[in-house]
Design a protein around this ligand. Structure first.
Ligand SMILES: *Cc1c(COP(=O)(O)O)cnc(C)c1O
Length: 497
């Protein structure tokens, strides 16, 4: 077997030479493992009294109670029917200071030692501290590009010069869902090794969740089942689970309809539920926030703007930032903005009402199809994240989001419509003077633009009813003759020069 670094990540890791399965030495003299018993310092041979092991459990979300569950239980809701949250033993993590964690995480970026080269598993102690490295199912997710959107900021936002786009969609299956799915599928893999009765993993999806689920399950040889709303996801998103061998059910309903069905089905059959109701995924997704801080050398940006649908990710970002503050890696957290499509905007309406009585909406068709959700599962998580980060909610119409997407593309990006929604939120907050010209701002790009080529083609060929498509750039049809080509080119060049 090849021992090249690339092979390390994509091979069956239990067959690798042992050296690849050993963690690289931590940068300080304190030895940190998932179950530390004692440590020695170099200048003092006395062992320090035994340390608390790192651990995590499920607790009811944002509730004071002693109800808790092992992560090895198959459970999605609290006794009262509320959401669960993964709670880490913060006292155990606090045995090490912020400087220790910063240098430990920095020492692992892009390295080959399994599984720490992954952007998620480089933070293993904060994600799933107790899982055996051999049970982890990873495709080297995370470590995504934090792109300096220099030209876009200058041209489109009145000279904004500290604008960054976190390209979470440049990933194994082309969306940030990989970050959460590596954690969920790893835990399922562990449960199956423990002989828990699980025949497979299932999800309802607006496209990207099923793509990630089926890829990670296929990598581990675990059956996956996906419920998709017929004709409401892009062709690229549909072909991914098909290609990865998932059992795909296409249903004549919307996402909310698929979600209801999968909940009923998974309560009857031994199929593990992979929707973001499942709090394990958020543990992986929160590492994108930690990664942003790391990419800024642990300086905290002023704003982070995230497109939201089912609203798990906005909370995951909050949680990642908050943990870094609590454990002393940074001294504050950024203000969060959640950006919604105006056609699926229940959180926006709730925010505008001053957080009074939440009401689900009937979401209508939007080019930002992954956030076409009217009754978000994680509404409570999102409200909590926004209230505790001095957060804001904005919305974008179809024309606004498509124009912003096209404008971003014209400065060298190739973003998805959801990123367009986030860029509209930024533009509106800049125009209102809420976000300052020199504020360090990060826009979270959630999927790869290549998943949404159909929407871009319709835009650039002006095929969208009622939309002026003002940044259209259609190809020019010309005869394959020297004279004809020369004519159109000289005309074009006289315009651009
Ligand atoms: C899932 C998804 C979102 C929304 O994330 P939530 O956690 O559901 O709010 C946004 N953009 C893309 C591309 C997605 O796949």
């Amino acid at each position: 077997m090849s021992s090249s670094p690339t092979a390390t990540f994509f091979s069956k890791h239990h067959q690798l030479p042992p050296v690849h399965r050993h963690r690289s030495s931590p940068p300080t003299t304190i030895n940190c493992t998932s179950s530390p018993t004692s440590v020695t310092t170099t200048n003092n041979r006395q062992p320090i009294p035994s340390l608390l092991p790192f651990s995590a459990k499920y607790v009811p979300f944002n509730t004071v109670t002693d109800e808790s569950y092992s992560l090895d239980e198959i459970i999605y809701r609290s006794r009262s029917g509320g959401l669960l949250d993964v709670q880490h033993d913060m006292d155990a993590l606090k045995q090490f200071d912020g400087k220790y964690w910063r240098s430990l995480f920095d020492s692992r970026v892009g390295r080959t030692a399994w599984p720490y080269g992954s952007g998620v598993w480089s933070k293993k102690e904060w994600v799933l501290p107790e899982i055996d490295n051999d049970d982890i199912v990873s495709c080297f997710e995370g470590n995504s590009n934090l792109f300096w959107a220099e030209r876009f900021g200058k041209q489109n936002l009145g000279g904004m010069n500290d604008l960054w786009v976190k390209h979470c969609g440049i990933s194994h299956t082309g969306s940030f869902k990989d970050l959460g799915m590596t954690v969920l599928v790893s835990q399922v893999n562990r449960l199956r090794q423990m002989n828990k009765p699980l025949v497979g993993v299932g999800c309802a999806s607006t496209g990207d969740t099923s793509a990630a689920l089926s890829a990670y399950c296929a990598a581990a040889g675990i059956p996956s089942i996906v419920f998709l709303p017929a004709n409401k996801i892009s062709m690229a998103q549909l072909v991914q689970p098909i290609a990865n061998g998932a059992f795909v059910l296409s249903m004549d309903t919307d996402f909310d309809g698929c979600m209801k069905l999968i909940l009923e089905i998974t309560s009857e059959l031994p199929i593990y539920l992979a929707n973001s109701l499942n709090s394990l995924r958020l543990e992986g997704q929160k590492t994108a926030a930690i990664e942003i801080l790391q990419q800024f050398d642990w300086e905290v940006p002023d704003w982070v703007i995230i497109p939201g649908g089912n609203l798990g990710n906005i909370y995951a970002f909050y949680k990642g930032f908050k943990m870094c503050e609590e454990l002393g890696l940074v001294d504050r957290i950024p203000r969060l903005v959640c950006a919604q499509s105006a056609n699926a905007n229940p959180l926006y309406i709730h925010y505008k009402s001053g957080w009074k009585n939440f009401m689900p909406v009937k979401a209508t068709t939007t080019f930002a199809s992954a956030i076409q959700i009217g009754d978000p599962v994680s509404i409570d998580r999102a409200v909590y994240a926004l209230k505790n980060s001095d957060g804001i909610v904005e919305e974008a119409t179809e024309e606004e989001l498509m124009d912003e997407m096209a404008a971003a593309d014209s400065t060298g990006m190739f973003v998805c419509p959801h990123t367009g929604v986030a860029l509209v939120a930024l533009k509106k907050l800049r125009e209102k003077g809420v976000i300052g010209k020199s504020d360090r701002t990060v826009v979270v790009s959630t999927a790869h633009g290549l998943k949404f080529t159909q929407a871009k083609i319709e835009y650039h060929s002006k095929e969208i009813e009622g939309m002026s498509c003002k940044f259209e750039n259609p190809p020019v049809e010309v005869a394959a003759e020297y004279g004809a080509v020369m004519d159109v080119l000289t005309k074009h060049l006289s315009k651009v020069s």
